[in-house]
Design a binder for this molecule. Sequence first.
Ligand code: IVH
Length: 680
Amino acid sequence: MNSGPKPPATATKRARELRAALERHGRLYYREADQEISNQEYDSLLAELQSLELQYPALRTDDSPTQTVGDDTTEGFANLPHSSPMISLANSYAREDVEAFHQRLTRLLEQEPTAYVVEPKIDGVAAAIRYERGELKVALTRGDGRRGDVITENVKTIGDVPANIDEALARKRFGATELFEVRGEVYMPLGRFRAYNEKREDEGLPVLANPRNATAGSLKTLDPREVARRPLHFWAYSMAVPGPQLAGSHWDELQALRELGFPVTPESRRVQSLDELFEALSNLEQLRLDLDYQLDGAVIKLDDTTRWEALGSTAKSPRYALAFKFAAEQARTRLLSIVASVGRTGVVTPVANLEPVLLAGTTVSRATLHNQDEIDRKDIREGDLVLVEKGGDVIPKVVGVVTSGRPKRSRPYQLPSKCPECETSLVQEEGEVARRCPNPACPPQQRGRILHWASRDAMDIEGLGEKWVDLFLEEGLLTRIADLYRLDGDALRQMPGWGDRSVDKLLRNVDASRQRALANQIFALGLRHVGIAAAHGLAAHFGSFDALRRADLDQLESVADFGKITAQSVREELDREAAMLDELIGLGLLAATQEVLAVAANGALAGKKVVLTGTLTSMGRREAKAILEGHGAKVVSSVSKATDLVIAGESAGSKLKKAQDLEVEVWDEDRWQAFCQEQS
Ligand code: IVH
């Protein structure tokens, strides 16, 4: 623990909340390529935590998100150590931060820097690419900064990345020996991203929120032939081996990378004063609207690379550079109408229909307005001129209203009191802002449930995307989930676009879904508050759907990570959905079983902080996590003095080393398997 004034309980609580939120959003961003909040929102949570930790150093732990870089390591990929750590950049949003950066460098260098390079901060995925004797040999993701996932075959499919470089030139320009490593950003151009999303939509696959997520998902695809079909590109920005200092100036380093055949952003500039620096920043901010790749800011680097090493770095970022983030892109447009849209769980969400407008590379014509409270607070009305902004989501949000030009006749908007789809009176539960349609047979709810049932973490019915579900609903082949298991091949063959082969394949996939594990089947039901992690917890705790269905509140509350509210909600949902559950059970579903694990609260690992690292050959990470949680452990991502146990699978790296240094207990896979057997 660090010293300093004892933090008040409110600060401790807030720090805990912030850490949990940052860990969750970090995981979504780095591991699942599926972010929920904008980068700016993430950074402001991080800044709040940073300032709390600064005020009360006792709150800072080694595994705080303020001290660690994100972790993109993924199951199924081998990983290797980096030649030097891939750390992050310090962020800034204001002119004063840039001035402070300049002053800091002036102080540390004992003279004013004579030149900086300003380059686009490309919103893609970092990669380190190694050449041995001129030949591309290994490509790695950033991983946890010390080790990265091996994505060599995937990177080889990127046309921009040379398979071979001129070794003699590398030697001449950089004094490179046999090894050469370039670092840069893999990205998907905006135009290609739009076309790729349209194709996904046609194929009934969910569209991706932004080019970064599309890139991250593509790089983590296990089949390189599939990756080759994705329109990925690369911008190089540094030479990690033999080291940028050999180039003398970062500007020269970029030119030399270009000479070696690497693409380098033509928008990069070398500037020689603070005034020129600010001019370059604002030029880039203007220019970004016309570029075919996404950038979320600029990177300012001291040009003199010979001083980089001596300047050193903080836990997360080097002192020679600063990221300057641009404000999120906004667009102004007319809100044509507000429609109430009913989702899978019956929640009625007001959605704004907008006059189409170009925003961050895509044409936007809809935006979510969240709920009535939000509409009231911002006083959003039909006919208003509004400002829209893209967060991490596919659907942008309305962030403000221009009230000055508002038409005289405009009236505040009220969500309907009846469901716009089935006319059932809407309900609003105490303490909730959302209004919901309580009729489970309501058509859009059934549509959402069918899609959720078929989705990957649920029953994983390949080929059953939005396009086909809509067609089948329209044609009356489907009304609810159970109908999937009664689909008639002959009727399907009459559908436009369907033939013998596709029908057989779909029926086979539907049938195969019966074999899904209990946890996936529970998740597929789409019960409120039951995401995939909770579904694993329920399966591990109860062992069968029958036992879960009979569970009382006390039993539900003793499931790992469940509280009173979740327990109550699950109980209510099970009762409310009785008819659907009976029907599915009648069709032979929900029959899978899973071995019951110890009750978490008295579990063998109750309250212990456990880190999983490396690859477990006997089971997936998710399963191991569910088992650990079933025994009461809390699974955390990085090793610190507070860690109780590290489970190290194959090719475990820096986390294992850290555990050994800190003398934390370590189990290898044999010990872990023995534990699983003892407990079952
Ligand atoms: S230089 C020590 N230059 O931003 C890190 N990074 O927050 C040196 N990025 O992970 C990185 N454009 O993936 C650098 N022109 C650029 C960049 C850039 C995007 C990414 C990079 C890094 C992240 C840092």
